[in-house]
Design a protein around this ligand. Structure first.
Ligand code: AMP
Length: 193
């Protein structure tokens, strides 16, 4: 199973990707997590990404594509994967198509978009800022991240919708309820794969 999770920051896609990845035994690839790790390790890519992450802007596509390429060519990726937080714009989506043809001669099975009202996102992210201490959960950076979602990432909903590869999940429910809704979508997909 190869899945792409779309959604604004705070939609719960990271939590759900982690749960589903464990259940399916597939690789959970969070570009945000991988970038934060590289920043912590002060790798060349991490150092380059830092200023973008800190102001809530998208890291250059070249850096992100390198990371995704490494992940998708891992032996574990053969069992399937969940891309969480990638692609974030149309050019990354195009690059992913090319990458998948090159790597596996295959495509993704489904794109799942998590929808949550903006006011709920802001509240959730404020809570997360206290709990996890993420430097990019401050109000100003948050505004930039939401803006970048609306301007650059949200057009992907139409992009994948036009390809009839899109499922929408209401993310404004309890964590367990979202996990249940997601399971239904995945069970349906399994029947058709
Ligand atoms: P996330 O954990 O997915 O909210 O990502 C945190 C930050 O990492 C984002 O605000 C971006 O600066 C960067 N980032 C994560 N994924 C991508 C991506 N696919 N393209 C560009 N930047 C990304």
């Amino acid at each position: 199973m190869r899945l792409i999770f779309l959604g604004p920051p705070g939609a719960g896609k990271g939590t759900q990707a982690s749960i589903l990845g464990k259940n399916l035994g597939t690789l959970h690839i969070s570009t945000g997590e991988l970038l934060r790790q590289e920043r912590k390790d002060k790798t060349k890519r991490g150092v380059e990404a830092q200023s973008y992450i800190d102001r809530g802007a998208l890291v250059p596509d070249r850096v992100v594509m390198e990371i995704v390429h490494e992940q998708l060519t891992k032996p574990e990726a053969k069992k399937g994967w969940i891309l969480d937080g990638f692609p974030r714009n149309v050019s990354q989506a195009d690059a992913l198509d090319e990458l998948l043809i090159g790597v596996s001669q295959q495509s993704y099975d489904c794109v799942i978009s998590f929808e949550v009202p903006e006011s709920v996102l802001v509240e959730r992210l404020k809570e997360r800022a206290i709990k996890e201490g993420r430097t990019d959960d401050t109000p100003e950076v948050l505004r930039n991240r939401l803006q970048s979602y609306h301007e650059e990432t949200a057009p992907l909903i139409k992009f994948y919708g036009d390809r009839k590869k899109l499922e929408i999940i209401n993310g404004f429910m309890s964590m367990e309820a979202v996990t249940g809704a997601l399971k239904e979508v995945v069970d349906d997909l399994k029947k058709n794969i």
